[in-house]
Design a protein around this ligand. Structure first.
Ligand SMILES: *Cc1c(COP(=O)(O)O)cnc(C)c1O
Length: 396
């Protein structure tokens, strides 16, 4: 099929290929397991966000199936029309309690949660959105859809954040919103939330934390970075995703009852995009049950994290500043990073290469994520393959 009007696309794709930015994702032929079949090959999977390894858990699957039997496959409506089922409300209540907030509101994804909140709160040119430079793309897009101007502070640089909060623009602003990832997705480092919170209080700014990689991972029972820093009840907005540790798809904002009701009346993704299938809500309720009732999952996740980081360090890799199960293996060159990932795959280990523009030039890497479901044997196997291929390519 050819259209003259689309002839430029081929050239655009060629340009992407030259920069190693043309994406051809690998395909799963199994569930998202720590040992998955990818492109027909058995691998140790170090690439998913399935932190608790519950995506294929029998109890979780049973609960999802029961929900399909009771409520059907989908909702066929947006929440504000007739797409709100009692199981959505049950999940919202449970997430509010989990995050020690008054209320929570579900969205279709973590991405739309960020868009919904940024756009709804930053609704005037008199507002000011203040964002860490390494925040997730969905926060960047949320900021773009907001009516307010935005200021970007250098990654975790509290002096720079303070400078912005003391600027004329901030002083004049009707409202200020500071937004940060709780755990940064490419480096696995944690935002200094205690310091950000102090600044937010001092300068009267609203604080919003995106805990996509922290919920179900850090804090007591996986409650996230707010809990990790002892700030329960002190942060205005906590964003979470249902797509990582919670093994389904969706997102939420945990906040005050007033803001929950406001978002439910004005947030465009809530008003104009349909609600999640009931099986998704059931999946998340089941994951929450496990998280709150069985501490061994988190324990395993963190034991595996410590073990794998140590193995990579022993082999001589630069693993950056990570403090979480996300561990980057720095390469510093896009071609080499792509080659590293390919050769590891041939040896039965899947770790994705991450290149510019997702990370700055010179910071190309493989990103690894261990889960609670990996065995020590899996991780020893993977680390040995990393060392072997890393040596072959001159990375260590
Ligand atoms: C993954 C991620 C998101 C997007 O979540 P989805 O539910 O997949 O849309 C948002 N923010 C951060 C920080 C993330 O890492």
């Amino acid at each position: 099929m050819t259209f003259k009007t689309l002839s430029f696309v081929k050239k655009e794709n060629e340009a992407l290929k030259k920069e190693n930015r043309f994406l051809t994702p690998r395909t799963l032929n199994s569930s998202q397991n720590p040992r998955a079949i990818i492109d027909g090959k058995k691998t140790v999977n170090l690439t998913s966000n399935n932190y608790l390894a519950l995506a294929d858990d029998p109890y979780v699957k049973r609960k999802a199936i029961e929900a399909i039997k009771k409520y059907g496959a989908g909702t066929a409506a947006v929440r504000t029309i007739i797409g709100t089922m009692d199981i959505h409300l049950e999940l919202e209540k449970k997430f509010a309690a989990f995050k020690r907030a008054e209320a929570s509101i579900l969205f279709q994804s973590g991405f739309t949660s960020n868009v919904a909140v940024c756009q709804s709160l930053m609704s005037s040119e008199e507002d000011l959105l203040i964002s860490d430079e390494l925040n997730h793309a969905s926060i960047i897009d949320g900021a773009r859809l907001a009516k307010s101007p935005r200021k970007i502070y250098r990654h975790k640089d509290m002096n720079h954040l303070k400078e912005i909060l003391e600027s004329q623009e901030a002083k004049k602003a009707r409202r200020k919103l500071i937004v940060t990832d709780g755990v940064f997705s490419m480096d696995g480092d944690i935002a200094p939330l205690d310091e950000i919170h102090s600044l937010a209080k001092k300068y009267d700014a609203i604080l919003m934390v995106d805990d996509a990689h922290a919920s179900g991972v850090i804090g007591r029972q996986g409650r996230g970075t707010v809990n990790h820093f002892g700030l329960d009840g002190k942060v205005e907005i906590q964003i979470g995703t249902l797509s990582k540790a919670f093994a389904a798809v969706g997102g939420y904002a945990a906040t005050t009852k007033d803001l929950r009701d406001y978002l439910g009346s004005v947030a465009r993704p809530f008003l104009f995009s349909s609600s999640q299938p009931p099986s998704v809500a059931a999946t998340c309720i089941a994951v929450l049950d496990i998280l709150l009732g069985k501490p061994q999952y988190l324990k395993r996740l963190w034991e595996n994290t410590a073990f794998f980081k140590e193995e990579l360090k022993k082999a001589g890799f630069d693993t950056g500043e990570s403090e979480t199960p996300i561990t980057p293996v720095m390469v510093g060159d896009s071609e080499k990073a792509v080659k590293f990932s390919k050769q590891l795959f041939e040896e039965g280990v899947f770790a994705l290469s991450i290149c510019y523009p997702t990370v700055p030039k010179g910071k190309e890497r493989l990103r690894t994520i261990v889960t609670a479901g990996h065995t020590i044997k899996d991780l020893e196997f993977a680390a040995a393959k990393f060392a072997r291929v890393g040596k072959r390519l001159g990375i260590i």
